[in-house]
Design a protein around this ligand. Structure first.
Ligand SMILES: Nc1ncnc2c1ncn2[C@@H]1O[C@H](COP(=O)(O)OP(=O)(O)O)[C@@H](O)[C@H]1O
Ligand SMILES: O=C(CO)[C@@H](O)[C@H](O)COP(=O)(O)O
Length: 494
């Protein structure tokens, strides 16, 4: 048996996988709170992740109906980029500053300049720094909380921190490390010179975790924790990785030709590449995959966070929200939304705010506002696919994941807006499944990841959404309107 754990923005999900019988035996999740403050601060307490891990772990094992002593390895997937700075005792010196925090936008701009602009970033890192990446969070802590900064002993990402909690080892792998902003995504090595620009007082040899290969274990579960979780001694913890890297594995996106699209708190599109990618746009992140190879990715920050904001504003549950959207035609009778309520990463507008456009006395209805926000969140991902260009163009299918993928209406909308067939995996959380598969790959030396994906990534044929030609045409017109609005209001060329 293998366990995969995905620490997302809103919850931690756990999945129990039996490789022999090729079955997903049990799943469970537990929520965690977001600390939101002025200036776009978005933080979380790592202690909440541990509480959610424990709760979801016990629930998933109970749902699977197995004895936890049969578990051989655990894999951890985590929301990318979060800064978990810990002291010598392993305690966080500050709450984890998350991928969606935009308080550090000015620090990011200054860092890009110090590294020689976009060209300098590409040269040193293979990608261009974005506000959400870890680098500017460290620069921010240094300036605003010098005492906490002075206590830093290790700088970890959320999944590195969970690995550390489980094993006591401070290690990192290329997939998640590629989103720090002080890691060269082509050579798969830390860039100590770039780190010195961010945190000159900290010794990178000491504070940056040791890099391990994706197939190497991070360690084994600590004896006291193994007792508490009901595990035997020696349970392996695999290297793990970022949630998008694990979501790619959990959707079988480990060779060119597929796109994984996530409708989570963030929206992401990514495609596997056997070689590093320097895309035409600086907004495409040349991340590494967490099994070797690369996973160029575009991330938007306003997907289910944007739809939830409008849904809750109107006091609607998910079902009624869907009914409102379905009750009005494509294009929301002329209402457009630029949904940048949280600022935005792609297009690179960290300090933007959201806008509703085209409102008239006739079209200002709940239904149109609901439809316009979900359409706009999906247009942002079509824009992302266009930025990925050749990497996504040949895709035969989009593997759709994240909470929003549970909605049949949204699945059809993605198929129509991207003119590509869409299908979901059977498992609720593909990143947790990917983490379990990576754990099995790490533990079973003879198994290839390809064969594990073939045997355990089961697609839900009932979820298949084929693009409808009339809707594709109608959405093309509305997408052009969205791009025009982006050009007029934010100067992004149409
Ligand atoms: N049927 C649905 N329709 C639309 N959104 C949904 C549906 N089910 C869940 N969601 C949304 O999915 C989001 C959670 O997605 P998830 O991928 O688990 O997030 P994360 O990994 O960022 O924590 C929540 O905002 C929730 O409202
Ligand atoms: O920042 C990124 C990708 O670069 C986000 O995709 C985070 O990894 C958070 O993911 P979710 O919690 O929305 O799944």
């Amino acid at each position: 048996m293998y366990i995969g754990v995905d620490c997302g923005t809103q919850s931690t999900k756990v999945v129990v996988v039996d490789v022999e019988s090729e079955q997903i035996l049990g799943e469970a999740s537990r929520p965690h709170a977001l600390i939101e403050g002025d200036n776009g601060r978005r933080e979380q307490s790592p202690a909440d992740w541990l509480a959610a891990f424990r709760g979801a772990f016990f629930d998933a094992v109970a749902n699977a109906g197995i004895d936890a002593r049969r578990v051989r390895a655990i894999g951890i997937s985590g929301q990318q980029h979060g800064m978990v700075a810990i002291d010598a005792r392993g305690e966080p010196v500050h709450p984890a500053k998350l991928w969606c925090d935009i308080e550090t936008a000015a620090h990011n701009t200054a860092l890009i300049q110090r590294l020689g602009g976009e060209a300098g970033c590409l040269d040193k890192l293979g990608l261009v720094l974005q506000t959400g990446y870890t680098a500017s969070k460290i620069a921010w802590l240094r300036e605003t909380h010098p005492q906490a900064y002075g206590r830093i002993d290790s700088l970890l990402l959320p999944h590195d921190y969970l690995n550390f909690w489980l094993t006591g080892e401070r290690v990192a792998e290329a997939g998640d490390a590629s989103g720090t902003g002080y890691f060269d995504t082509r050579s798969r090595r830390w860039r100590h010179d770039v780190f010195a620009e961010i945190a000159p007082e900290l010794d990178p040899e000491r504070v940056l975790p040791q890099l391990i290969e994706s197939r190497e274990p991070a360690g084994t579960v600590r004896t006291d924790l193994a007792r508490e979780l009901g595990l035997t001694d020696g349970v392996v913890v695999s290297s793990g990785g970022g949630d998008n890297m694990m979501g790619a594995i959990g959707t079988g996106n480990i060779a060119p030709g597929l796109v994984t699209l996530s409708l989570g708190t963030s929206g992401t599109v990514c495609a596997y590449s056997p070689a590093p990618v320097i895309a035409d746009s600086a907004m495409v992140a040349n991340f590494c995959a967490s099994q070797g190879g690369w996973l160029p990715l575009v991330c938007t920050m306003n997907v289910t966070s944007a739809t939830t904001r409008i849904r809750e504003l109107f006091g609607l549950d998910l079902k009624t929200f869907g009914e409102r959207v379905a009750a009005t035609p494509i294009g929301a009778e002329g209402v457009d939304v630029l949904p940048f309520f949280n600022g935005e990463r792609v297009p690179a507008l960290p300090q933007a705010s959201g806008s509703f456009l085209g409102l008239t006395g006739r079209n200002t209805t709940q239904a149109n506002l609901c439809r316009a926000v979900i359409e706009s969140a999906t247009f942002g991902l079509r824009y992302g696919l266009e930025l990925l260009g050749g990497l996504a163009e040949g895709a035969s299918q989009i593997r759709l994941i994240g909470g929003g993928a549970k909605s049949p209406l949204w699945r059809q909308m993605v198929a129509d807006i991207t003119a590509t067939p869409v299908i979901c995996p059977q498992v609720t959380d593909a990143a947790a499944l990917g983490a379990a598969l990576q754990a099995a790959w790490c533990h079973r030396h003879s198994a290839s990841l390809e064969s594990l994906c073939e045997r355990l990534v089961h697609l839900d044929e009932d979820s298949l959404a084929e693009p409808n030609p009339d809707s594709v045409e109608a959405y093309d017109v509305v997408y052009a309107r969205y791009r025009q609005a982006l050009a007029e209001h934010h100067g992004i060329p149409a």
